[in-house]
Design a binder for this molecule. Structure first.
Ligand SMILES: Nc1ncnc2c1ncn2[C@@H]1O[C@H](COP(=O)(O)OP(=O)(O)OP(=O)(O)O)[C@@H](O)[C@H]1O
Length: 705
């Protein structure tokens, strides 16, 4: 594909059949026809510079508007491209000035881009006029809607203000809906709080903290006001610890505590299981703090299992619709959602719609992690100013009354040019002290997050030089075979697939005389496998997921650890790539093909679901892929003892700061970096992802109704 693309780019002449320009007086007038342009866009898709979907959308717009100007069609195509890369809208100002800033086409494609852009307006105003004139564009003069721009089902929406944005209709609707819901939920809640009672409970749930201010206590206090709160923080900063205390607080102070319905959810099954386990543990640990005053065991029982968001909302096969929506809301009073950075815009809109207006939503997540593959970076948007706090006088006074907290002046809402609307800031808390990541892994994560390349490289170099057992280890440049060797044999005492191979071999050799012994072995193989993971930035190529999966399989086969005699073999780890409610497996679940106890000649895929094993016939698992290596994206919500992050030279704009940070923070005890070429890490650190979105502008403009 890459080879073909290069050839095509060299010979690609967009307007080969086009009759050039005609001259009228002194001025060259473009006579580019719509047909010429649509053909050119198809050629760009042939050359891999656009997706088929992008050029098809332009063709659709052209079919709807017989007068569509080139600028409209090109803006449509670029907007579709942007959506494919996770942006919810297109900032139009970039189009005339520096289109490649958003297109990101390779150097070889510059002549093609120039020849296309010669046909297009040189000013933003020129582009805007082409959009405003078209009946396929709904022109909105502000985020609050515009009576003069009725909704006639136009496929595109233009937010026509000094920093104009172009939207696909559905993303406009999602952003508006999310903003309206958040505005309502964060509007000051008049519900009377018994502040003295809250104060007593907060003081008993949080021992006098050595770190000041106690952000966890503040998060609990603020979450009691309004019906939405956002708790963000890096790994180990106590997000679930805080959420468990918040639940206890709600049960202790809510007038209707006995009836309170609580649900836990996360974007993936694995993250949901971790959330439940972590909340249960935290709640039960509270026993000494609360004594008999609260029946924590009953609370744990009442919560039930944590679910994926898809399952909570009632996903239906082959449709975007969910069983739960505004007309059939969820049956909950409190919903805690973990790993919120993975929630994309469409899912957030569906979730907020399905939540009863009176229910409380608590979002937990790390704002600095990779956003979802799908469009939108909602948590990142909501937390843009979380670091600064921007708390109002009212919030400060409240925090002092109910939690005895004195917040330093730098966290006050001093800036008149506050980017984040005040109401949401009053419901957002960033936790800042990691209890788990004090060592080199945590320091590296912090350096990466701050874009501190010398700091990160210095740390990696010093640790690598200190020997194979170091917590951090890095190699830039070299052969991919070394990555595979390290995965199979390990480095120093750090975990690798050697442990999994050993447990696998023991059971395969001895067999089992009871179902219980077999089950125990299956669980041990899964646990051993979960100690280590190869995380890649890209899917294709020898340094990508598919190449490394193949290479690790071959190495394990050569060593006799597995016998790969077909697609399915004993010891094949798999990741589910599509939800299947009937089979009880969900996107991101990791399982292992192993001989069944009843018939050891037959393989079944086993998945750990909480404490229990769930077995599925391998023949019925259509949507899975081998999982020795997986993308960093897919690893979100999981942690491993040892994580090896593999950066491929072809990573392009996938190699972002968030990707590296997410990869590092998946590691509990050891982290290895394998980079195909020197410099990839530094360049990734210098490339924070910026997703275009108008969500904050909506939030600033929306008046809660
Ligand atoms: N204030 C605290 N005092 C004592 N221990 C704490 C405190 N806060 C958190 N911990 C402990 O630190 C560990 C990490 O906390 P927790 O799992 O809640 O973090 P997290 O932010 O949810 O992490 P992750 O993002 O990895 O899920 C847990 O063992 C927890 O019990």
């Amino acid at each position: 594909m890459r080879g073909r693309r290069r050839t095509d780019l060299q010979t690609l002449d967009l307007f080969a059949d086009h009759e050039s320009s005609a001259t009228s007086g002194d001025e060259a007038v473009t006579v580019l026809s719509r047909a010429d342009l649509l053909t050119a866009l198809e050629r760009l898709a042939d050359a891999g510079l656009l997706r088929r979907l992008d050029s098809a959308l332009a063709a659709f717009v052209a079919a709807q508007d017989a007068e569509a100007e080139p600028a409209l069609l090109v803006a449509t195509v670029v907007l579709a491209q942007m959506e494919g890369r996770g942006h919810s809208c297109l900032p139009l100002a970039a189009l005339p000035a520096n289109p490649n800033e958003i297109l990101g086409w390779p150097k070889e494609a510059m002549p093609v881009q120039l020849s296309l852009w010669e046909q297009l307006p040189a000013t933003l105003d020129g582009w805007l006029q082409a959009l405003r004139r078209s009946p396929v564009v709904r022109v909105m003069r502000g985020v609050n809607g515009d009576a003069s721009a009725p909704d006639l089902g136009q496929p595109l929406v233009l937010l026509d203000d000094p920093a104009p944005l172009l939207y696909l209709r559905r993303y406009w609707d999602y952003e508006r809906s999310v903003a309206a819901q958040i505005a309502q939920r964060t509007a000051a809640d008049g519900a009377a709080l018994d502040e003295a009672l809250v104060r007593r409970w907060l003081d008993s749930l949080f021992s006098a903290s050595t770190s000041q201010p106690d952000w966890q206590k503040l998060a609990c206090a603020l979450a009691l006001r309004g019906r939405m709160s956002v708790i963000t923080g890096g790994p180990g900063t106590g997000k679930t610890y805080t959420a468990a205390r918040l639940l206890a607080l709600l049960f202790a102070t809510a007038p209707d505590a006995a009836q309170l319905r609580v649900a836990l959810a996360a974007p993936t099954g694995k993250a949901a299981a971790r959330l439940k386990q972590s909340i249960d543990t935290s709640l039960l640990e509270l026993k000494t703090a609360v004594g008999d005053a609260l029946d924590l065991e009953a609370l744990v029982q009442r919560m039930g299992a944590a679910r994926t968001l898809h399952s909570l909302l009632g996903a239906r096969p082959d449709t975007r619709r969910f069983a739960h929506h505004a007309g059939n809301p969820l049956d909950v009073d409190v919903l805690i959602v973990d790993e919120a950075s993975m929630i994309h815009l469409e899912m957030m809109a569906a979730l907020l719609q399905a939540l009863p207006p009176t229910a409380r939503l608590i979002l937990l997540g790390d704002k600095d992690q990779l956003a979802s593959v799908e469009a939108g970076a909602v948590l990142g948007d909501l937390c843009r100013d979380a670091q600064q706090g921007h708390y109002s006088d009212d919030t400060l006074a409240y925090a002092q009354r109910v939690a005895g907290l004195l917040l330093p002046a730098q966290f006050m809402a001093v800036s008149p040019a506050l980017q984040l609307p005040q109401p949401l800031a009053q419901h957002t808390v960033m936790l800042r002290e990691s209890r788990r990541f004090g060592g080199p892994i945590g320091q590296l994560a912090l350096a990466v997050n701050a874009g501190d390349a010398p700091g990160a490289m210095g740390l990696l170099r010093a640790q690598t030089q200190s020997g194979l057992n170091a917590e951090l280890w890095a190699r830039e440049g070299g052969e991919v075979e070394a990555v595979v060797r390290s995965a199979v044999q390990g480095r120093g005492t750090a975990a690798s697939y050697a442990a999994y191979a050993k447990v696998l071999a023991q059971g395969m050799k001895t067999g089992f005389d009871s179902d219980a012994a077999h089950q125990q072995w299956v669980a041990q193989v899964l646990q051993a496998f979960d100690r280590y993971r190869l995380l890649c930035a890209v899917r294709e190529g020898p340094w990508g997921v598919t190449g490394l999966n193949r290479a690790v399989e071959a190495a394990l086969h050569a060593s006799g650890a597995i016998r790969k005699d077909g697609e399915w073999y004993a010891g094949r780890p798999v990741m589910v790539t599509r939800n299947d409610g009937q089979l009880g497996v969900f996107n991101g679940d990791i399982g292992m093909a192993l001989p069944s106890f009843a018939d050891p000649r037959r393989l079944r895929a086993y998945f750990m679901q909480g404490e229990k094993l769930h077995a599925v016939s391998t023949a019925r698992l259509a949507h899975v892929e081998t999982a020795f290596a997986m993308t960093v994206h897919k690893s979100q919500g999981s942690e491993f003892e040892h994580t090896a992050l593999v950066l491929a030279a072809q990573g392009g704009n996938m190699l972002s700061r968030e990707l590296v940070y997410t990869g590092i923070t998946r590691a509990r005890q050891a982290f290895s970096l394998w980079s195909e070429l020197p410099g990839l890490l530094v360049s990734a650190m210098g490339s924070p992802t910026q997703r275009s979105s108008g969500l904050l502008r909506f939030l600033e403009g929306v008046v809660p109704g």
